[in-house]
Design a protein around this ligand. Structure first.
Ligand SMILES: C[S@@+](CC[C@H](N)C(=O)[O-])C[C@H]1O[C@@H](n2cnc3c(N)ncnc32)[C@H](O)[C@@H]1O
Length: 658
């Protein structure tokens, strides 16, 4: 079952159903082929023998188990002990756990925990994070008699950040707040004196006036946040979409595209974080965060900022809240979760209104012009509806039914759900499950350990990118992807001539995997026979790539650019092209090969020194130069492409394991 990734009650439920009627099951399931659309399929599974009878096994219920004041108090106590022992990291972790566990109505306790965590962060010299937590604590109503401490901490952070006007402002607030503080008068006087001294000293500093003037000119500064700035979506004017019978829709270069160009920046239509990152990454933007904010009702996921929390609450989280344990325990894959979220992101009314339109075929130019949040941007993606075997369609329909039941439980359909509405949404859920299967991307984060230079890409979730989903696959892809948060960036990794396809890669590339394995994998997962150049010509993997043959491009008078294979030991330098019959002088190519050796060394040195942007520029130059005279596959080009890919990954989500 591709719908489930791990053990859970859903595969058990399915097996039970199957085993309870082993003789007739396949025959019964086969009848689903007579259904004309997804809505009929939903009605079919609803009436399938044993389905409703076994509903109890689906355990669909909302649970809010993570919130508990006693547990929160225990974590807080452990945090306090760690703080006393100056184990700042441990203290921070316990304060976070405590904060996550605090129930909604404990606002003042939440403020105190955040203030404690801010003290810890201050000791860790994480000043931006400290400022964020201090602000959150103040916003949550931190006690008046203690608030002077937070203003003082704020002042000290701004001081380290050399923002003197803000330092002065915070010290002034601290002095005023001391009026409400319950501290012995001697201590109060000392605190006031310290603050006044700092204010006087900073007021004399010429930098203070300069900064104040600048801040006045720039106006109100944006509140500090650890979230990455909102990114602008972009599609290069050189990308066109086309289609044919054999390959469906695909992207094509409208003009020559050089290597290293950013051709697409796209936000996901929907994205879901894997369960195992739910306690380290923001559920909304996938940014790793050490200072999360929590949903008021559940402790299942966390958010990097109030902004992400409120965006999630305004869309999918109001339905997923309390249901996440059910979804995770079911064993449903992240793809299934994505289907549920696609529906949860929009209202029942939205889908009821759109129902007829979803069925209408739209030409590709119209689809790409639809608003980015229109369901029809994705509803027309490839789903291989006609070639699905009945058992596959049956399993998907059962899963759609289960996910729709989750939404019923979550109140998506109101207090008294209408059967017709549930079927409609079930049908949309089923359609979504089908196109998600062939069109999603795994959102990645690069894990690197500076000490030993080890790097690996870790998948943290899944996302559906409507424009990128129209790109076909090649085992020698023209582009590379990386992610910033959930936003995908697509860059060319070799020159692409006008008119040629711009293909991405769905998993196996020719340098790493032999043709048979690649083709089998693509057939199994994406249901097509790959006919890219490496597959047609059976290009060797990197390990088997010959080093004694050089593949030059014909540079003769006719510029036919055909490939001329020359043994490395060849003593001639004028070589005849079998395609155009003209001779090419390979000395130019040999000189390029020599030059690139030195450039490669420089680029690698920059990479090892962590200067990825400069290294990338060098690798891109190298790829451009090599591609001009040599034709892949050849080892130097592949290696260079790999290095450029690694550089790109460093521009995206990154986690330093040190
Ligand atoms: C992500 S979609 C790509 C866009 C798709 N061609 C469309 O029309 O929507 C993946 C599906 O496209 C088709 N596809 C992708 N690469 C292909 C290729 N190199 N040759 C033939 N079909 C391909 C397969 O049907 C695959 O399941």
């Amino acid at each position: 079952m591709t719908l489930v990734e791990k053990t859970g009650f859903f595969p058990d439920y399915y097996l039970n159903l199957k085993n309870s009627q082993s003789d007739v099951f396949d025959v019964q399931v086969g009848k689903i082929a007579a259904c004309r659309n997804d809505y009929e399929r939903l009605v079919f599974v609803e009436q399938f023998p044993g389905v409703r009878e076994n509903d109890e096994q689906l355990e669909v219920k909302r649970v809010f188990a993570g919130k508990n004041a006693d547990t929160a108090a225990q974590h807080k106590e452990k945090g306090n002990q760690a703080f006393k022992a100056k184990d700042w990291f441990e203290a921070m972790l316990f304060y976070t756990r405590s904060y996550m566990a605090l129930p909604e109505d404990k606002a003042s306790e939440r403020a105190i925990i955040l203030a404690n965590r801010s003290a810890t962060l201050f000791h860790m010299e994480k000043y931006d994070e400290t400022l964020i937590d201090v602000k959150r604590a103040i916003d949550l109503g931190y006690p008046k008699d203690l608030i002077y401490k937070l203003y003082e901490r704020q002042a000290r952070c701004y001081m380290v950040k050399k923002d003197y006007p803000k330092t002065i402002a915070c010290f002034k607030k601290c002095i005023t707040a001391l009026d409400d503080a319950k501290v012995p008068s001697e201590r109060r006087s000392k605190l006031i004196l310290d603050a006044m001294t700092m204010i006087k000293m900073l007021e004399k500093d010429p930098l203070t006036l300069k900064q104040a003037e600048r801040q006045k000119k720039l106006g109100e500064t944006k509140p500090l946040t650890m979230a990455i700035p909102d990114e602008k979506e972009y599609l290069s004017e050189f990308v066109r979409f086309d289609q044919n019978v054999a390959e469906g829709r695909f992207a094509r270069a409208a003009a020559d595209i050089t290597v290293g160009e950013e051709i697409l920046v796209e936000k996901p239509f929907v994205a879901v974080l894997l369960e195992k990152f739910a306690k380290t990454h923001c559920d909304y933007c996938f940014i790793r965060t050490a200072i999360p904010v929590a949903c008021a009702k559940c402790a299942d996921v966390l958010y990097c900022s109030e902004e992400c929390l409120s965006k999630a609450n305004a869309t999918y989280h109001k339905y997923e809240c309390g249901l996440l344990p059910t979804i995770w325990r079911s064993g449903a894959s992240v793809n299934c979760h994505m289907a549920l979220r696609i529906v949860a992101n929009k209202s029942l009314e939205y889908f009821l209104k759109l129902k007829e339109d979803i069925e209408k075929e739209l030409p590709i130019e119209e689809i790409t012009k639809l608003p980015t949040d229109d369901y029809r941007r994705v509803s027309h993606l490839e789903r291989h509806e006609k070639s699905r075997p009945p058992s596959n369609m049956f399993q998907h329909s059962l899963m759609a039914r289960f996910l729709t039941k989750c939404l019923v439980e979550a109140g998506y359909f109101g207090a008294t759900p209408k059967a017709n509405d549930v079927t409609t949404i079930g049908g949309i859920m089923l359609r979504s499950l089908q196109f998600i299967q062939f069109n999603t991307h795994e959102v990645a984060e690069l894990h690197a350990k500076k000490a030993d230079g080890n790097e690996k890409t870790v998948f943290i979730g899944g996302g559906l990118y409507p424009t990128l989903a129209l790109f076909n696959h090649s085992c020698d892809p023209g582009v590379v992807r990386y992610y910033r948060g959930t936003t995908i960036h697509v860059n060319t990794i070799r020159p692409i001539e006008a008119g040629l396809q711009i293909a991405e890669n769905y998993g196996p590339i020719y340098t790493q995997e032999g043709r048979e394995k690649r083709q089998a994998q693509l057939k199994e997962l994406y249901w097509f026979d790959c006919t890219c150049d490496p597959c047609l010509e059976n290009w060797p993997t990197f390990e088997r790539m010959p080093t004694d043959i050089i593949r030059f491009r014909c540079d003769g008078p006719k510029q036919c650019r055909a490939i001329i294979e020359v043994p490395a030991t060849c003593n001639d330098f004028m070589i005849k092209c079998v395609t155009c019959g003209e001779s090419t002088n390979i000395l130019k190519g040999l000189k390029v090969m020599q030059d690139t050796e030195l450039m490669t060394r420089t680029a690698k040195r920059l990479y090892d020194a962590g200067d990825y942007a400069k290294a990338l520029n060098k690798f891109i130059d190298l790829l451009r130069i090599m591609y001009e005279v040599l034709a892949p596959p050849f080892p130097d080009f592949c290696q260079c492409q790999q290095h450029a890919k690694d550089c790109f990954l460093h521009l995206g989500n990154f986690y330093d394991l040190n």
